[in-house]
Each structure stands twice: as structure tokens, then as C-alpha cells.
Design a protein around this ligand. Sequence first.
Ligand SMILES: [Ca+2]
Ligand SMILES: [Ca+2]
Length: 97
Amino acid sequence: MRNPVIRNIIIYLVIAMLIAIGFLLITKKAICSPPYPSWYGDANLDGSTNMGDITFIERYILELVPVTYKVSCDVNQNGEVDMGDVVVCERIILGVQ
Ligand SMILES: [Ca+2]
Ligand SMILES: [Ca+2]
């Protein structure tokens, strides 16, 4: 990502979301729950869906992860990896639809 302004905005948004998620995780159980299949949201392919996957998707967006992970990072399966996939992953972790 070449534009430093956009990169900084993304970093600030990511930090804000991580703080919000951290707060919510204090009261919610961080597991993948139905109706999602067990692999759904497992961006880093370690067998579970958790905060590590959100970080992994964010690192993909910042081009810090090999492009070979595009399929697993495209959680909402719209063909692109963006903040929408982070939001879907957050919802999976929080158990909301
Ligand atoms: Ca995972
Ligand atoms: Ca997507």
C-alpha cells in the first residue's frame, strides 16, 4: 500500500476495532459458533477462528501476508480481502450473525 494517509487510516481503524473487540471478548466466549462451518473465518488456517485470524486478515490487507492466503482471508467470499472480511470474522468470533 503506497499511500501513507490511507495506510494510517487503516491502521487507526484496525486499532479501534481491536480495542472494541477486546472489550467485547471480556464478556463473550471467543469460539466459532453455528451456523458457520468450523473452517469459516479460519484465515490463517490453524484450525480455529479467533483474534489471530483478524490480525492475519489485517496483515494481508497491508500486504504483509503472501497472496496465496487470499482464499482463506476472503471470509465473506466476495472475491476481495478488505475490512468487510475483518468485520465478518469479528462477528464469527463474537457469535453474532
Ligand atoms: Ca485461525
Ligand atoms: Ca471479502
